[in-house]
Design a protein around this ligand. Structure first.
Ligand code: 3H9
Length: 698
């Protein structure tokens, strides 16, 4: 048994220090130890005041997320909070770091709350599909008012200590360490030199019932069409805090919490949270150190290159952009400048910092300007010939030990690496557009990439605030392979009888922000057309091939930029309208292939899309392109608009059931064997009674 709490008593002050690294999560052992420490301090006649503080980098950042979905263990967090609230001796909490979720609820139960200046306080439960279940929905609105409390609980966003003080959430922002300030306050209280705020003196916002109810009504209206179950239940609980007697309010919250914690949405959101943390864990990373990076070269100033340069500049690196001539360079640098001006306009960056930052940005038209770079990211045209030529040139220019990265979305990184004399230094960094915004970074590890180069890529991603996922070399890595399978499945449906509009509606209805044909129109149909053309000579002629996209391209329907693609766009419009000409092209294709269109339901569209994505995911796992199923989910959640509350294709496959989905795939395979044949992994998992989640070893 590990002691997660230390207690020391001096001059009537018992200091209880929570020590449960890394984030002092309130797991079962800690709850038990905390309860014991409280009871002991209560029983010890020499103790007059209890100070509750935490060791390490933070005050408890919440309940232990890993315990959700497991059999409950006593004492529950609400009981610990009630014990604090009912303690006959004053309890002063001293917070630092992140006071989140159950951690903040523990503090809310105490008599006095102090926080050091860097503390962030919040109730992020909603992001996990649940609600504050340890009294937060009852205590917070009483203390700071229903409107402010609802804002914190429905957004899940933390606030700084200074704002918490303004709201009355805490009693003081301390100068220096909060624990020392709490001990001083306790001593002063014992000496009769300071009085602690009593419960009776605190404002109780329930006194203004009409304002409270107005806030509840506004919050309900503000929910819009969100399909998540947690936000409306949070609002219900806040209403209950006003309308029900105290104990009933707590019981109401408890029931709502229990209800939410076992929903598939909550399971999916927990999975997404843990997948994000797991993604950076690889044996090769544990055994090596990243290389030092201060100066980054970016080759290409187009949309992608300028986005990458923007992200690197914003993260504090020195950046040199390379373009082929002065005109292209000026345009590239202007794109970066515009991106950073936007950050100023949004209040994310001060004018003064913007100026200082720009002194770290430079540009050149000769590769020799990259001689001092620690990392070069090539973001040139997606063509193997172009990229290998650049890498061959870089090889002769950059210093030994520099990392050479290619931002390719499909190409063979092994072949690009082979164009240099130092393939160990070469890696793929697949950014997503706009690169200064999108969270995902696929780290494509080639056959000869050195482990410390991979570690450098993960360290870079962390500094850029991105989620890095390790991928192996193949056509499309993880994300674009799954995307291609998804599009193939929906293209089959187009030919079989669905319209692109019906498919888009079905997938938006399923939770994607846009349907696959809306996305194609936005990205430009020519991009995937070029890829299909590149792969045409290797295509198996017996495979089903849907040529509708090619036909549209040949008609000049290249998407939004051309004013027409799958949809028709009025001048400058970003949402399109349905176009009968597209339906005619599709009908002509069906006739040419002798396909009699059939009625297709939205449920079938969604099922085929999921089956295709999960089956491609299984193949990716078999080929060891992804290290684990949760990495595939993470790629789809952070780069491709897969709804986070559905957890990703592999998590969904587990939820639907492997046996059922494998049999569905077998049925589809009777129509088209090559595409739909279930990967061998399905049978292997089913035979051993396992799920994809069992391959996510932590
Ligand atoms: C809750 O409180 C419910 C209650 O209302 C009701 C209960 C009845 N549990 O993120 P990091 C691990 S719900 C377990 O990389 P950072 C994390 O997995 C909870 N583990 O660090 C990682 O592990 P590993 C409400 C947790 O410095 C390690 O800690 N609270 C938890 O970038 C480091 O994490 C939240 O939603 C947890 N609660 O960010 C807060 N939190 O090293 C969730 C972290 O093995 N946490 N871990 O990979 C966070 O937002 C961030 O972790 C935090 C630190 C901002 C605290």
């Amino acid at each position: 048994m590990v002691d997660t709490v230390r207690v020391s008593t001096t001059d009537g002050v018992a200091t209880v220090v929570i020590d449960n690294p890394p984030v002092n999560a309130l797991g079962a052992d800690l709850r038990r130890d905390l309860m014991t420490a409280l009871r002991d301090a209560e029983a010890d006649a020499s103790v007059q005041v209890i100070v509750l503080a935490a060791a390490g980098r933070t005050w408890p950042a919440g309940a232990d997320i890993r315990e959700f979905g497991q059999p409950p263990r006593d004492p529950w967090l609400p009981e610990v909070c009630s014990a604090v609230a009912a303690c006959p001796k004053p309890v002063i909490v001293a917070m630092h770091g992140n006071a989140l979720g159950g951690g903040l609820e523990l503090a809310l139960a105490a008599h006095v709350r102090l926080a050091d200046p860097g503390t962030r306080l919040g109730l992020p439960e909603v992001t996990l599909g649940i609600l504050p279940g340890a009294g937060g929905t009852q205590r917070l609105p009483r203390l700071i008012g229903a409107r402010a409390a609802l804002g914190m609980m429905t957004s899940g966003l933390p606030i700084p200590a200074e704002r918490a003080l303004e709201l009355g959430l805490i009693d003081a922002v301390t100068e220096g360490e909060a624990r020392l300030a709490a001990q001083r306050l306790a001593a002063a209280h014992i000496a009769g030199e300071a009085s602690l705020p009593s419960a009776a003196e605190r404002p109780d916002h329930r006194m203004d019932a009409s304002d409270w109810l107005a806030a509840v009504t506004e919050a309900r209206k503000g929910l819009g069409v969100s399909r998540l179950p947690a936000p409306p239940r949070i609002i219900d609980c806040v209403e209950a805090a006003l309308l029900l007697p105290e104990e009933e309010g707590f019981a109401y919250e408890r029931t709502a919490f229990e209800e939410l914690v076992s929903t598939p949405e909550a399971a999916a959101l927990r999975h997404a949270f843990l997948a994000e943390r797991r993604a950076a864990r690889h044996p090769e990373l544990a055994a090596t150190k990243p290389r030092e990076i201060a100066e980054i070269g970016v080759i290409g100033g187009g949309l992608m290159g300028s986005g990458i340069a923007t992200a690197c500049l914003a993260a504090g690196y020195r950046v040199t952009m390379i373009e082929r001539d002065d005109q292209a360079l000026t345009a590239g640098l202007a794109r970066v400048a515009t991106n950073r001006d936007r950050a100023v306009a949004k209040g994310q960056l001060s004018v003064a910092d913007r100026e200082t930052e720009w002194s770290r940005m430079s540009g050149a038209t000769a590769m020799s300007a990259l001689a001092g770079a620690d990392l070069v990211i090539e973001a040139a045209f997606e063509d193997e010939g172009v990229k290998t030529a650049i890498f061959a040139e870089l090889d002769g220019v950059v210093k030994p030990g520099a990392v050479l990265a290619t931002n390719t979305s499909y190409l063979d990184v092994n072949r690009i690496a082979a164009a240099t004399s130092r393939p160990g230094d070469v890696i793929g960094l697949h950014f997503f557009s706009p690169a200064q915004v999108m969270k995902l970074l696929e780290v494509v590890v080639a056959e000869r990439t050195s482990p410390d180069v991979t570690a450098t890529a993960f360290a870079l991603a962390k500094r850029l605030g991105k989620v890095a996922v390790r991928a192996g070399v193949c056509d499309g890595f993880i994300g674009n392979r799954v995307l291609t399978a998804y599009r193939t499945a929906t293209d089959f449906l187009l030919e079989d009888g669905a319209s692109p509009y019906q498919i888009d509606r079905a997938m938006v209805g399923w939770g994607f922000p846009l349907g696959p044909y809306q996305v194609l129109d936005m990205a430009g149909l020519d991009i995937s057309w070029a890829r299909r053309t590149r792969l045409a000579e290797h295509r198996d002629p017996s495979e089903r091939y849907v040529a509708i996209g090619d036909r549209l391209c040949k008609l000049g329907r290249l998407g939004q930029k051309a004013g027409r693609g799958y949809y028709l766009y009025a001048e400058g419009a970003r949402t399109g309208t349905e176009d009968p000409e597209v339906l005619e092209v599709i009908a002509a294709e069906r006739t040419a292939k002798g396909i009699e269109p059939r009625r297709i339901t939205e449920a079938e569209i969604q099922r085929r899309a999921l089956a295709a994505m999960a089956n491609e995911g299984a193949r990716i796992l078999e080929e060891k392109i992804a290290a684990r199923p949760s990495d595939i989910d993470l790629v789809m959640l952070t780069g491709y608009g897969f709804p986070r509350w559905r957890g990703g294709p592999m998590q969904m496959a587990d939820q639907v059931g492997l046996l059922e989905l494998r049999d569905t795939l077998r049925d589809y395979a009777r129509e088209e064997e090559t595409f739909w044949r279930p990967a061998a992994l399905w049978d292997e998992l089913i035979k051993n009674g396992r799920k994809f989640a069992d391959l996510n070893a932590d």
